[in-house]
Design a protein. Structure first.
Length: 150
């Protein structure tokens, strides 16, 4: 037997889904930001090391030069990826959206039975939900437009 959900319950489910989505995107962007940052740091450290030991190992000079160029190019590529995708900023945007949605979710959990059946209350919660989602989408779009130089 399927139970028909009320408008309020449907809205609560949508808020929960969007919290999960924002959380997963925030986590993914946090990981990607960390990976790129660490890759740049490791690559830069290896360049410094290879330049420092390059003169000490004359028989490996060509290999050391190739490795130095490789890690130098890698640093440039990682920095370009970071600049293009800007995972750190996306992590912040999704985290902010998740936080605002959690506040809204708490508000729905604290709603009285009267509130849950009040069309005006439900409409206000829906407007708040749309505002939060639209704000997150706007920030995401704004970041993407900045990256493209628009």
């Amino acid at each position: 037997m399927n139970k028909t959900l009320s408008r309020f319950e449907i809205l609560q489910q949508e808020i929960s889904k969007m919290i999960e989505f924002s959380s997963s995107r925030a986590k993914r962007n946090k990981k990607n930001s960390f990976r790129i940052y660490i890759s740049i740091a490791i690559s830069s450290a290896l360049i410094t090391f290879l330049v420092a030991v390059g003169d000490d190992f004359k028989e490996y000079r060509t290999i050391i030069k190739i490795l130095t160029l490789f890690f130098s190019a890698s640093s440039t590529i990682f920095a370009a990826c970071d600049g293009f995708y800007n995972h750190k900023e996306l992590w912040v945007i999704y985290g902010e959206t998740r936080g605002r949605l959690k506040e809204l979710e708490l508000k729905t959990k604290l709603a009285t039975e009267q509130d849950k059946n009040d069309p005006d209350y439900i409409d206000q919660i829906h407007k708040d939900f749309q505002s939060i989602v639209n704000h997150g989408s706007f920030k995401w779009k704004e970041l993407r437009l900045e990256e493209n130089g628009n």
